[in-house]
Design a protein around this ligand. Structure first.
Ligand SMILES: [Zn+2]
Length: 226
């Protein structure tokens, strides 16, 4: 684990050397760190909170030495994930990790909410490779050759802007519609500011939730280096 002299974040001691270490770790995980590195400002605290939201119900915005937050921040960035293969077969945890941090926190919220409402929500696709996307496209299951599911960091680390969420009991059968799963998913996703594919009249995609509007697809593709 990376060593911190003292705490970093909201109400922390924020020694420059510690702040730099935390900022580098956050950056390696895809969080946006503004100029003025080494100084812990509101943007760094916001990034810490976003990161913590994936595993804490009440993010503190503070990373302390020897804390679970620091352990997660270092272990995960040092772990070598195998991102190849069929991403629909990955564990739920790995699928969550393949999402852009902004989307990840919202998907955690949605899954928690739907579970409390009696559903069995499950991520079917988080990130997927362009190779998988092309197969889906040629078989008519997707309209596009590059989708928000393909978004990645410039080094190839998955950073998906979309997730497909199903009820694991029903999948895409009529039962999902009858039990009201899709509308519950759509309403919860929209309450979190996400875009729901079920609203697309030309090509409804009821399991699909997305972080940004379709008009930004080209920008996201460029940012992905693809
Ligand atoms: Zn999708």
């Amino acid at each position: 684990m990376v060593h911190l002299v003292d705490s970093v974040g909201e109400g922390g001691r924020n020694y420059t050397i510690d702040v730099l270490r935390v900022q580098i770790l956050l950056k390696s995980k895809g969080y946006t760190i503004p100029p003025g590195r080494g100084i812990c400002g509101t943007a760094t605290i916001a990034a810490i909170k976003k990161f913590q939201a994936a595993f804490m119900s009440q993010p503190t915005g503070l990373i302390e030495p020897h804390s679970v937050s620091l352990q997660k921040l270092t272990d995960e960035s040092h772990a070598i994930y195998e991102w190849s293969g069929d991403s629909s077969q990955w564990s739920q945890d790995k699928k969550l990790k393949s999402l852009a941090p902004d989307l990840r926190g919202k998907v955690v919220f949605i899954i928690d909410k739907l579970r409390r409402d009696g559903f069995c929500p499950s991520i079917y696709y988080g990130w997927r490779s362009v190779a998988v996307q092309l197969v889906l496209h040629s078989s008519g299951r997707s309209k596009v050759k590059f989708s928000f599911h393909n978004a990645q960091l410039i080094d190839g680390t998955p950073n998906s802007y979309a997730a497909d969420i199903i009820d694991s009991r029903f999948g895409w059968t009529n039962q999902a519609e009858i039990m009201g799963f899709w509308s519950a998913l759509g309403n919860t996703a929209k309450s979190q500011g996400l875009i729901w594919g079920g609203d697309w009249s030309s090509f409804p995609d009821v399991a699909h939730v997305q972080l940004v509007p379709n008009s930004l697809l080209r920008t996201v593709k460029q940012e992905s280096g693809l």
